[in-house]
Design a protein around this ligand. Structure first.
Ligand code: SF4
Length: 403
């Protein structure tokens, strides 16, 4: 069976989580928090130690850990809070354990207004060639009401600063559905984003998690965090649809549910997740997908408690996916992309019969106008992107016959 279509082990994507933030956003439920700067050094030392042992650990698990790396992503949290010497130490440790391809995409997530000149300079010297700014809104009050610390002026100035430092690729994140957001203010944020001419944009629809401060306040019917001003689902859907159209008209067509890019500027790192290519996650609450020697997917994650993590990464036992689980993932990860899922590639990888067992799911989704067929390809419609969690849930419910 041809497994090369989606899963052949190629160069590795490396994700490093830096879980420190200067303030906690009201909607956030990530394993991130506000910690004293004294934790930063211990944390980087932990990462250095984990980098030194990861190859041996992968051997113990029977996992293939590619030596070559062609994408690196520092996410969080707010990695731009790392002081320059720790940023240099971290990249030096990565380069001593892996062979980094010369044209590797190296992204660092930054919070506007939280990037020191010395850190920016160190990042550029370390080969960082892409910066992702968590702007969320260019309307100052909207940003402030969710706990962000920047203004529009600061965010736009930072975009210019990173370009002046030689980092040409810039992603700007926005969130549709922030408290107090209106169709007019959303349009203004989109217009400002387009005027900044990033080569990539991410637009997320606010999903209020019950574990966030905002989620708990909404659940309790309270007034804090501007909870009563969260827009209705219909309004958020309208904002999302407007973003899809407006960004495409400004040269940033959609290529994934939440992502938009100029041709050739798609995030190479994030594509690995959707195309099921191997990636290694280091740091707090970091997830990995490697393959065993038979090409089967192995998933594992680290601890999500900082104090425990500083003692040991606490890698959980790798979960070896069944072929059925791999096929389900191939459906719902592939459908995230606008190119959709290529049926012939899926059949080549998993066999005719298991793929056919999803025919009733596809028929139901097509009848509900959530997916569309285009020859060999199956794609989400706009309605399907708006209800993507429901679509993916239907793939998980289908019993699959293994070939
Ligand atoms: S900056 Fe990001 S990780 Fe930090 S609190 Fe805000 S949303 Fe969460």
């Amino acid at each position: 069976m041809d497994r090369s279509a989606a899963t052949a082990t190629g160069p590795l994507g490396l994700y490093v989580s830096i879980p420190f933030c200067r303030s906690k956003c009201t909607y956030c439920n990530f394993a991130s928090g506000v910690f004293p700067a004294s934790y930063f050094e211990r944390y980087v030392e932990r990462l250095e130690a984990d980098l030194r042992v990861i190859r041996k650990q992968a051997d113990v698990w029977g996992a293939e850990l590619p030596q070559r790396v062609d994408s690196i992503y520092l996410g969080g949290g707010t990695p731009s809070l790392l002081p320059s010497e720790l940023m240099r130490k971290l990249f030096a440790a990565v380069r001593s354990e892996f062979a980094i391809d010369p044209d590797t995409e190296i992204t660092v997530e930054c919070a506007p207004g939280q990037l020191e000149d010395t850190t920016l300079e160190a990042m550029a010297k370390c080969g960082v060639n892409r910066i992702s700014f968590g702007v969320q809104s260019f309307i100052d009050d909207e940003a402030k009401h969710t706990g962000r610390l920047h203004t529009r002026a600061i965010a736009l100035r930072d975009v210019e600063r990173v370009r002046a430092a030689g980092v040409r690729r810039v992603n700007l994140d926005l969130i549709a559905g922030l408290p107090g957001q209106t169709q007019a203010s959303w349009r203004e944020s989109l217009d400002v984003l387009c005027s900044a001419k990033p080569d990539h944009a991410s637009v997320y629809m606010l999903e209020v998690d019950d574990d966030s401060r905002l989620g708990r306040e909404i659940g309790a019917g309270g007034l804090k965090y501007y909870a009563p001003q969260v827009p209705a689902d219909d309004a958020i859907a309208e904002m999302y649809a407007e973003a899809v159209n407006l960004l495409a008209a400004h040269g940033l067509p959609q290529y994934e549910i939440s992502n938009f890019a100029q041709a050739g500027s798609e995030s190479q790192h994030n594509l690995k997740y959707w195309l099921r290519k191997p990636y290694l996650g280091l740091g707090l609450d970091a997830h990995s997908m490697l393959q065993d020697h038979a090409g089967r997917a192995l998933r594992f994650a680290t601890n999500d408690e900082l104090e425990l993590f500083l003692e040991s990464p606490g890698w959980d036992k790798p979960q070896r996916l069944t072929r059925e689980e791999e096929l389900e993932e191939a459906w719902f990860l592939g459908l995230r992309l606008n190119t959709g899922v290529r049926l012939s590639a899926l059949r080549a990888e998993f066999g005719e019969k298991p793929v056919r067992s999803f025919d009733p799911v596809l028929a139901g989704l097509a009848a509900d106008r959530l997916i569309e067929r285009d020859g060999d390809r199956v794609r989400l419609t706009l309605a399907g992107r708006l209800l993507s969690n429901e679509v993916f849930g239907r793939f998980l419910l289908e019993p699959v016959s293994a070939e």
